[in-house]
Write a protein that binds this ligand. Structure first.
Ligand SMILES: NC(=O)c1ccc[n+]([C@@H]2O[C@H](COP(=O)([O-])OP(=O)(O)OC[C@H]3O[C@@H](n4cnc5c(N)ncnc54)[C@H](OP(=O)(O)O)[C@@H]3O)[C@@H](O)[C@H]2O)c1
Length: 285
C-alpha cells in the first residue's frame, strides 16, 4: 500500500519513515503543504497516487494555543477538514493523531475510547474539532489519541521533547521544578510507529487510544529519566497552580488502550521500558 505522510520530519514522522519502504512513501514537509490551505491541500494530494494519508501536522504548543485559539482551530480543526475531504473524494484512508488533552482529567481512572471528550484548553478544543471532521467526513479512518510523545527526532513543533529538555536542564545545573499533579501515559514514538503500522494492516477502522502502558506524573517521568540516564539533577515537585502555565491541563489523562485489546493487538510495553530503550538508542546515536 502506498502512503503519504504529512509532517514527515516531525518526531513520529521520522520514526514512521524509518519503518516504511522508501518506494512506497510520499513524504510531505511543511514547505510542501500547508494543511490550513484547502486549495494547496487539494493541489498537492490530487497529484499523488496513494491509498493512505497519515497526518502528523498539528499546532500543538499547548500554552501558545491559549493566545492563538483561531490558529489552533485553523490548523487542528479546519486543516483536518481539508485533509478529510480530499481523502474521502479519492477513497483514501486517513490516519490522524489526536491527544489525551481532549479530556478534562476528572474521571479518576484511565480514559477509554467511549468516554466523552471535555477539553479544558484551546488546544484540546481544536483537537476535538479536528476529530469531529475526520469522523463526519471519512468513511475509512484511523483516529488515534496518544500522549506525551518523545522520539529521537524531537518534536519540531515544540523544539525538542520532554526527555531532552530535562537532560539539558540537568546539564546546565539548574533547579528543575516539574508538576506532580498531572498524570499521563508517556509514549515513545518508536513504539507508537510500530503499532500504528500494524493497525493499518488490519482494516479495523475507527477511534483508538494508543500509548505505552501505565502512567506517571510529569515529575515521576522526570525522576525516571534522571534515574535511568544516571544523571544527578536538582529535581523538585511542584503543582500546576504554582507553575501557572497559561493553558489548563487535565489532572489525570492516562489512556486505556481498550479498543486495541478488543481487536487482538498486543498492548505497548510499559512506559519505563520504552524510556530505557529511548535512552539507550540516544546513547548509540
Ligand atoms: N508531541 C506530543 O506530545 C503529542 C501528544 C499527543 C498527540 N500528538 C499528536 O501526534 C502527532 C505527531 O506529533 P509529533 O510530536 O511527532 O509532531 P511534530 O514533531 O511537531 O511534527 C509535526 C510536523 O507537522 C508539520 N506541520 C506543522 N504544522 C503544519 C501545517 N499547518 N501544515 C503542514 N505541516 C505542518 C511540522 O513541520 P514544521 O515543524 O516544519 O512546521 C512537522 O513536520 C501530531 O498530530 C500531534 O498533535 C502529539
Amino acid at each position: 500500500m502506498r502512503i503519504a505522510i504529512v509532517g514527515a520530519n516531525g518526531q513520529l514522522g521520522t520514526d514512521l519513515m524509518h519503518l516504511l519502504e522508501e518506494a512506497k512513501v510520499v513524504s510531505l514537509y511543511h514547505r510542501d503543504i500547508e494543511i490550513m490551505d484547502i486549495y494547496q491541500v487539494d493541489e498537492v494530494l490530487d497529484a499523488i497516487d496513494v491509498e493512505v494519508v497519515i497526518n502528523l501536522a498539528a499546532y500543538h504548543r499547548v500554552d501558545e494555543c491559549e493566545s492563538q485559539p483561531n490558529r489552533a482551530l485553523l490548523v487542528n480543526g479546519m486543516g483536518l477538514r481539508n485533509l478529510a475531504l480530499n481523502c474521502q473524494r479519492h477513497g483514501r484512508v486517513l490516519m490522524h493523531f489526536s491527544t489525551d488533552y481532549v479530556f478534562d482529567g476528572r474521571a479518576g481512572r484511565p480514559y477509554h475510547e467511549d468516554d466523552p471528550p471535555l477539553p479544558l484548553s484551546a488546544y484540546g478544543n481544536s483537537e476535538v474539532s479536528g476529530e469531529h471532521f475526520v469522523r463526519a467526513i471519512c468513511d475509512r479512518y484511523y483516529l488515534i489519541r496518544t500522549s506525551g510523545l518523545y522520539g529521537l527526532a524531537g518534536s519540531s513543533g515544540k523544539g525538542g521533547n520532554f526527555v531532552e529538555t530535562m537532560l539539558r536542564l540537568a546539564g546546565e545545573g539548574q533547579t528543575i521544578r516539574v508538576v506532580d499533579d498531572q498524570v499521563l501515559s508517556p509514549t515513545s514514538t518508536a513504539d507508537l510507529a510500530l503499532k500504528v503500522l500494524e493497525l493499518l494492516e488490519t482494516g479495523r477502522y475507527g477511534l483508538y487510544h494508543i500509548t505505552n502502558a501505565g502512567w506517571c506524573s510529569w515529575y515521576e517521568f522526570a525522576a525516571a529519566i534522571f534515574n535511568l540516564a544516571g544523571v544527578k539533577a536538582d529535581l523538585r515537585p511542584t503543582t500546576s497552580a504554582e507553575y501557572g502555565a497559561p493553558a489548563r491541563r487535565p489532572a489525570f489523562s492516562a489512556l486505556e488502550n481498550r479498543r486495541l485489546q478488543q481487536i487482538g493487538l498486543a498492548p505497548l510495553r510499559p512506559w519505563q521500558e520504552a524510556l530505557a530503550a529511548y535512552l539507550a538508542a540516544r546513547r548509540r546515536a
